[in-house]
Ligand binder design. Sequence first.
Ligand code: THU
Length: 125
Amino acid sequence: MSDIELLEIAKSMCDKAYAPYSKFYVGAALLTDDDKVFTGCNIENASYGATNCAERTAMFKAVSEGYTHFKKIAVAAKDGSTAYPCGVCRQVMNEFMYDGEVILEEAGEVIKYTVKELLPHGFTL
Ligand code: THU
């Protein structure tokens, strides 16, 4: 699965986003170490703090199915802006894809960061 293919899946997931409050529609797609793809979208709530980001939806779906090691995750916003993961999602990435990569789009170009670049000195026990 190439970075572009994963990003295309992430983009298609924006249509599943439940974001009636922010109207910021986000999709994510991750690749596990054993090459299985899990997808996610942001899921908002009237109690704003109960909102779940697209990245965590995808990661938690994978973990709940028994997959706990991921190679990469692609994230896309419907409006074409670069969907840099929030701090909480970065910390969850630190847990399940410490050596992994994050695939994003910037001005039509695929850009890539390591999780370590996005969260230096992430918390571990
Ligand atoms: N959001 C994500 O799903 N992922 C990100 O990387 C950034 C933010 C969502 C959360 C909320 O539903 C909306 O975008 C606006 O913050």
